[in-house]
Design a protein around this ligand. Structure first.
Ligand SMILES: Nc1ncnc2c1ncn2[C@@H]1O[C@H](COP(=O)(O)OP(=O)(O)OP(=O)(O)O)[C@@H](O)[C@H]1O
Length: 278
C-alpha cells in the first residue's frame, strides 16, 4: 500500500529522518516510538506533506506522493488525516462545525470560504460525534470541552475526511490516563471497524504494546526496530531509548505513578477496551 524508500529530511546540518525505508502492505495499527527528537513527528508530517522531504520517495499504490502538486496534493492530504497532540480545533467554533471542517478540502473554494455545509455534512458530523460518544456536546464551543473530549472531536473531524489512513502525532501526550485510554480505544476502533491504517506516534512503550499490531522504533532519525510488540524486548527498548542497564519500562509508562504501583501494574495500566472485554 505505502512504501518508504530512503526517505530523508534535513534541517540545516541536522538530519531529522535518515534514509528511512519500510512498507505497510495491509491496514495495520502501527506505533512509532522513540525518545524526544528521534524524528517521529517529522516522519508523520512528511507523509501528508506538512513537512517537505529532502530526498527519497514515498509511494502509495505505486505513485510518489512527494511529487504531488495542487489539487492532487490537497486530495492526498485529505486521504491521510492528521490528529495532533494539541487537537488543533477552532476554539470559538461549535463542536459540530469543527468536525465539518474536515470536509472543507472536498468543497469548492467559494463554499469553503463561507463555511457552507450541506444537511448531509451536518448529519455525517453528528454521526461521527456519536461514534466517538460525544454527540451530546455538538452545540458547545470547542473551548468548553475537556482535553479528552477535544481530542475525540479532532478524531471525528479526521473521520469526516473519509481518509485512507489516520496519522496521529502524540495524540495522548496532553491527556490523563483515563482520557488517553478513551482516545486510544477510538483509534483502535477506527482501525478495526473501518480497516484503515492508523500510524501513531507514542511516547510510551506500554501504550504501543497494548494497542499496536506493529511497532517501529526510531533513534536519531533511523529505524532501529520494526516488528511485533512481542519482539520488543527490554534490550531492544534500551537501544531505542538510548538507555543503559538502569532503564526501566515503567519510566515510559502512561500510568500516573502514585508511588504505590509496582512496575508491572504501571506498565499494564492501559489496555484496549476490546481486549479488556474479551
Ligand atoms: N522545523 C524544524 N526546524 C529545525 N529543526 C527541526 C524542525 N522540526 C524538527 N527539527 C529537529 O529534527 C529532529 C527530529 O524532530 P521531531 O520533532 O521529528 O522528533 P520527535 O521524535 O517527534 O520528538 P518529540 O517526541 O519531542 O516530538 C529534532 O532534532 C528537531 O530538533
Amino acid at each position: 500500500m505505502i512504501q518508504f524508500q530512503d526517505v530523508t529530511k534535513t534541517f540545516g546540518v541536522r538530519t531529522a529522518v535518515d534514509k528511512v525505508t519500510f512498507s505497510i502492505d495491509h491496514p495495520q495499527m502501527i506505533g512509532v516510538i522513540g525518545r524526544s527528537g528521534a524524528g517521529k513527528s517529522t516522519l508523520l508530517r512528511m507523509i501528508n506533506r506538512l513537512t517537505p522531504a529532502t530526498s527519497g520517495q514515498i509511494l502509495f499504490k505505486g505513485e510518489n506522493i512527494l511529487s504531488l502538486k495542487g489539487a492532487t496534493m490537497r486530495r492526498w492530504q485529505r486521504d491521510c488525516a492528521m490528529v495532533f497532540q494539541q487537537f488543533n480545533l477552532v476554539p470559538r467554533l461549535d463542536v459540530v462545525t469543527n468536525v465539518m471542517l474536515g470536509r472543507l478540502n472536498g468543497h469548492g473554494t467559494l463554499k469553503s470560504l463561507f463555511n457552507i455545509f450541506s444537511k448531509d455534512d451536518v448529519n455525517s458530523a453528528l454521526a461521527a460525534l456519536d461514534r466517538l460518544g460525544i454527540a451530546q456536546e455538538a452545540t458547545k464551543r470547542a473551548e468548553e470541552l475537556s482535553g479528552g473530549q477535544q481530542q475525540r472531536v479532532a478524531i471525528a473531524r479526521a473521520l469526516m475526511q473519509d481518509p485512507h489512513m489516520v496519522l496521529a502525532d502524540e495524540p495522548i501526550a496532553s491527556l490523563d490516563p483515563m482520557n488517553a485510554k478513551i482516545v486510544m480505544d477510538a483509534l483502535r476502533e477506527i482501525h478495526e471497524r473501518d480497516n484503515k491504517i492508523v500510524l501513531c506516534n507514542l511516547h510510551t512503550l506500554d501504550t504501543a504494546r497494548a494497542y499496536c499490531d506493529r511497532v517501529i522504533g526510531m533513534r536519531d532519525g533511523k529505524i532501529v526496530f520494526d516488528g511485533a510488540p512481542d519482539a520488543l524486548s527490554t534490550d531492544v527498548a534500551r537501544e531505542i531509548y538510548g538507555a543503559d542497564e538502569s532503564f526501566n519500562e515503567a519510566a515510559t509508562s502512561t500510568a500516573i505513578d502514585n508511588g504505590q504501583s509496582s512496575t508491572q501494574n504501571s506498565a499494564g495500566a492501559m489496555t484496549p477496551a476490546a481486549a479488556a472485554a474479551g
